[in-house]
Design a protein around this ligand. Structure first.
Ligand SMILES: NC(=O)c1ccc[n+]([C@@H]2O[C@H](COP(=O)([O-])OP(=O)(O)OC[C@H]3O[C@@H](n4cnc5c(N)ncnc54)[C@H](O)[C@@H]3O)[C@@H](O)[C@H]2O)c1
Length: 328
């Protein structure tokens, strides 16, 4: 089966964000026509600056809460890779309404526009937060618990809408439940930044990173290359059993925040040996956070042929020089 999208027209919503800009870059390199819809609320112009010169790249500066913008973006598109959303559990706890408007109303707008345009496939960013308080480890797609944050609710509602739309209207959808994605262009600044870029940038600046809680909470850190692969496999699969469902996208290994901190330090030592002496500061646990997170990736392996290429160490090794340049 084909593993990479080529010679296709693809809409990437949220294409100026971390995951979206990596998708746009990869798809352009593979000779696709790429449409990027973004309102730059959390995405950055510099993420897509080098892409703007390509005749195969089209930027639509617009908002997924506006249905007309979504209609305009899907025109002539074969595949939608929907990434636009307000991420961060913490942000959703502080501002559930805006998270709801973007992540649910916005999602519905893109889905409806994609359905009207009769796109071949609608692949969307779902989330491991959907597992909520379910205690089972590793997480398998069919066992979810009670949501622990407004963000988790929105991501679960996305799955429900996708399923109902495929049942009612026949649009083919696939949801990818990402687990703690990291890699180049994930921003280290701001209160809603993710843990890996936060730790890296603090260490580069020889500041003490804050670990919320005791640091023994675990995550299944997933390198961006694995996410790029999963999106393309999801767009391309022709297996009827693989369509209109959701998948865990992760590496399938648990790492505690204390272990993560030590590993990042190791990767930074060649850049600056004095980083060895920096220790973390332990702060309050964050509300809405889950304690342990580890994915079973068996379903994606079996039905999509997903084969992650980078574990945490390999991903950190690849991403570190980008962070070093960013922070220096
Ligand atoms: N990064 C992770 O670890 C992770 C984990 C699980 C799920 N996800 C999901 O993956 C997707 C991409 O996440 P990311 O980490 O790249 O985040 P990001 O914030 O870097 O990217 C999101 C992009 O969406 C755009 N956007 C936000 N609201 C919009 C709106 N109303 N209209 C148009 N564009 C809008 C932003 O400007 C940004 O460019 C999101 O749906 C997120 O919920 C990410």
């Amino acid at each position: 089966m084909k593993q990479s999208l080529t010679h296709s027209t693809v809409l990437v919503t949220g294409g100026a964000g971390f995951i979206g800009s990596n998708l746009c870059e990869t798809l352009l390199a593979q000779d696709n026509q790429v449409v990027c819809l973004d309102n730059f609320s959390t995405g950055k112009r510099e993420n897509i600056l080098p892409l703007l010169a390509s005749k195969n790249f089209r930027l639509i500066e617009g908002d997924i809460r506006n249905f007309e913008h979504c209609q305009q973006a899907v025109e002539g598109v074969e595949y939608v890779l929907h990434q636009a959303a307000l991420g961060s559990v913490n942000r959703s706890v502080k501002d559930p309404q805006t998270t709801n408007e973007v992540n649910i109303t916005g999602f519905l707008n893109v889905l409806q526009a994609a359905k009207n345009e009769k796109v071949r496939r609608f692949v969307y960013a779902a989330s491991s937060s959907t597992y909520g308080n379910h205690p089972a480890l590793p997480k398998t797609e069919d066992k979810i618990g009670k949501p622990l944050s407004p963000y988790a609710i929105t991501k679960y509602v996305n799955e429900l809408y996708a399923q109902v739309f495929s049942d009612l209207y026949g649009i083919e959808t696939i949801g990818l439940r990402y687990f703690n994605v990291f890699g180049k262009r994930q921003q280290p600044n701001g209160e809603y930044a993710a843990v890996i870029p936060k730790f890296i940038s603090a260490l580069i600046q020889q500041k003490q990173p804050t670990i919320n809680g005791d640091g023994e909470q675990t995550r299944d850190f997933t390198y961006i290359a694995n996410v790029l692969q999963a999106n393309q496999l999801a767009a391309l699969t022709t297996n009827p059993a693989a369509i209109n469902t959701v998948y865990n996208i992760a590496y399938g290994e648990a790492t505690s925040l204390n272990q993560l901190f030590r590993q990042i330090k190791q990767h930074l030592l060649p850049y600056n040996a004095s980083i060895q002496n920096t220790q973390p500061h332990y702060g309050q646990p964050r509300i809405g956070d889950i304690h342990h997170s580890l994915a079973s990736i068996d379903k994606a392996k079996k039905l999509l042929g997903y084969a992650p290429t980078h574990n945490l160490q390999q991903g950190l090794a690849e991403a570190m020089s980008w962070y070093w340049d960013l922070c220096n």
